[in-house]
Design a protein around this ligand. Sequence first.
Ligand code: EPU
Length: 414
Amino acid sequence: MVKGGKPLYGEVSISGAKNAVVAIIPAAILVDGVCIVENVPNIKDVQVIVTILEHMGAEVAFLDAYTLRIDCRGIQKQTEPDAMMRKMRASYYLLGALLGRFHEAKVTMPGGCNFGVRPIDQHIKGFEALGAEVRQDSDVIVASAEKLLGGNVYLDTVSVGATINIMLAAVLAEGTTTIENVAKEPHIVDLANFLNAMGANVKGAGTDVIKVKGVKKLSGGIYSIIPDQIEAGTFMVAAAATGGNVLVKNIIPKHMESISAKLIETGAKVTEYDDSIRVEGVSTYEGVQIKTQPYPGFPTDMQPQIVALLSVAKGTSLVTEGVWDNRFQYVSELHRMGANIRVDGKTAFVTGVDHLEGAPVRATDLRGGAGVVIAGLMAQGITEITELEHIDRGYENLVEKFQALGADIQRKSC
Ligand code: EPU
């Protein structure tokens, strides 16, 4: 429950990146030793992937609230239970990791947020380029190979998941794998850095081409997860949207450039420091045009949050979704709060209104949920948000962090 209208003030520290950790934990399957992973965020997706690994026989323990010790030496290749696998998108990283380790993988099609069709043809293309046979039996994918041999893959679509899965399958393969037209997101670089810290030979992460030279063994080590770009962006937008003044700490400002640039275009004041950014709100915002794109473009995972802000900006903003077929489910919730948004295909025409009104709304998905929380913080009156489980998948202590910034927000137990 949010009582809106209070500007956010103070400092917020950003947690480890969800989309990095959900790749790095399954990557530990490839390691013949102990991995110590630091700065692990306390989110539902981490609990799910840890439970899946434990069911498979891995020894996983938290050394403290944010440090995970993972030992996958005794792991079995069966992935149970199916219900868990369906809870998160990133369970498909088990395909690349198990294929790399056992040359055999059988994984139930993943869940995660529903943005229309979420194909995995590019993952399969990559596994096949390494010599694997892949078949799909209803919602189960089976991949196997006598031997994995380095190969060349050109991705027809820039895909975070395919880039990661092919890297995972290639690290222990014989020879060199070249993956072209890859995703360049910070979590791709983080995964490559993790693998290299464990003894892999991965080059080019963060550019369009990644080369993976297969090694015989990964032997363990210590690695710290990068800060979450999208959590940081969510607090930056919330600070602006409430007309507040917030220092967003423990981040990599370079990762925030596209978000900072758009906030500055709307009129917000953004000041960058070495590992933090201050956002100061203003009384009126300018409408802007945005197209979401793979990194370094404006992230699709920030689309609902910025639309919440633009719903009270001057004029009509055009927000085009350039990654997913259907990522506007949350718009119907903003309508309940008085927003004037028309969606036509992949573009939302957001005409600024004087103010939003509190209303009962749903978190339709993870980032859509963050968008309605921001709308609730901006709105006059009370907003009740249900289906918080979507938000809990990817934000650590969102309610508590907003409370610490002065928001009037509570989690009601049902
Ligand atoms: N695509 C294909 N074929 C494939 C794979 C993807 O056509 O084989 C298409 C998709 O349909 C989509 C586009 O390529 O249109 C990009 O998909 P991508 O594979 O990059 O997405 P993903 O790996 O499934 C990750 C994040 C998402 C984020 C996207 C885009 C994780 C666990 N998930 O998904 O994060 O939106 O990249 O940046 O890393 C979130 O955190 O809220 C979230 C949804």
